[in-house]
Design a protein around this ligand. Structure first.
Ligand code: HEC
Ligand code: HEC
Length: 224
């Protein structure tokens, strides 16, 4: 069930709103949606423990740094990312639903509660702003971020990841401040199917050229 809620498409929110306006069917839809939200959340009474999370992060620091901030570009920045998103990724690495040999090994060492602790720890660290690097592609990147690529049916990134790129908890991850190389790589992996843990992103990325991926990734790194 943990994988269900983050995959809920955009229209689910609209239909929830519509359902509220339409009486008993709405109440039922609302209840179902609430059930999904609860299933994705932590068990009742569970509180993430930041000190435990920090202790667990000892085995992550070599790649993700002690506070989840900028290390080398191959390793994503975790600081300030939504805890629900980080947790989902760890669950899916462990299960092999998001394929990465390194992360599968590290996630395999964590229990479900450990994942929540360490996700909460990295999420609690303040995100650091980044910068766009490539002047030539900033305009294209900005157009895609704000307006999508109409001719190809690519929706605007800002619609889900928010205009500032900070994301919308709990489903839509923060993109701003992330390594542009990592962002572009994830888009390519969604498109090729190598990252197969989100149908929405696969549909979007598979319509984009490599140049478009790189442009929007570079622009998004510097969003405020
Ligand atoms: C040897 C280096 C290495 C170590 C150690 C490591 N990671 Fe990772 N981690 C990576 C790489 C590389 C990726 C990107 C994988 C991909 O491209 O899909 C990643 C991705 C992630 C992601 C997904 C981030 C996102 O934005 O989607 C999370 C969460 C994560 N790691 C948490 C951890 C935690 C928690 C630990 C320690 C228990 C850990 N990692 C240890 C290299 C590492
Ligand atoms: C309909 C909503 C939606 C739209 C529009 C959308 N995204 Fe996403 N995106 C998501 C969701 C949901 C996830 C989380 C996937 C998961 O849980 O693994 C995601 C994940 C990502 C990731 C992975 C982040 C990480 O840390 O690994 C990147 C990169 C990304 N999106 C970039 C984009 C870009 C660039 C655009 C615009 C071209 C875009 N997205 C448009 C919903 C959307």
């Amino acid at each position: 069930m943990t994988t269900l809620a983050p995959n809920l498409p955009y229209p689910s929110r609209l239909s929830l709103r519509a359902a509220r306006a339409f009486g008993w069917a709405g109440a039922l839809a609302g209840l179902l949606a609430a059930g999904v939200a609860q299933a994705a959340g932590a068990p009742a009474g569970f509180k993430p423990d930041l000190a435990k999370g920090q202790a667990l992060s000892a085995s992550c620091q070599a790649c993700h740094t002690a506070d989840g901030s900028r290390g080398i570009a191959a390793n994503p920045i975790l600081a300030g990312q939504h805890p629900e998103y980080l947790y989902k990724q760890l669950v899916e690495f462990k299960a092999g639903k998001r394929k990465n040999a390194i992360m599968q090994g590290f996630a395999a060492m964590l229990s479900d509660e450990d994942m929540r602790h360490v996700a909460a720890f990295y999420a609690s660290k303040p995100p650091v702003p980044g910068f766009a690097q490539n002047k030539e592609t900033v305009e294209l990147g900005q157009r895609i971020w704000r307006g999508g690529i109409v001719a190809k049916g690519v929706p605007s990134c800002s619609g889900c990841h928010s205009p500032s790129g900070a994301g919308i908890p709990a489903q839509y991850p923060r993109i701003t401040g992330q390594h542009a190389e990592y962002t572009a790589l994830q888009l390519a992996n969604f498109a090729s199917g190598e990252r197969g843990n989100n149908a929405q992103m696969t549909a979007i990325a598979s319509k984009m050229s490599e140049a478009e991926m790189k442009a929007v990734a570079d622009f998004a790194a510097g969003l405020r």
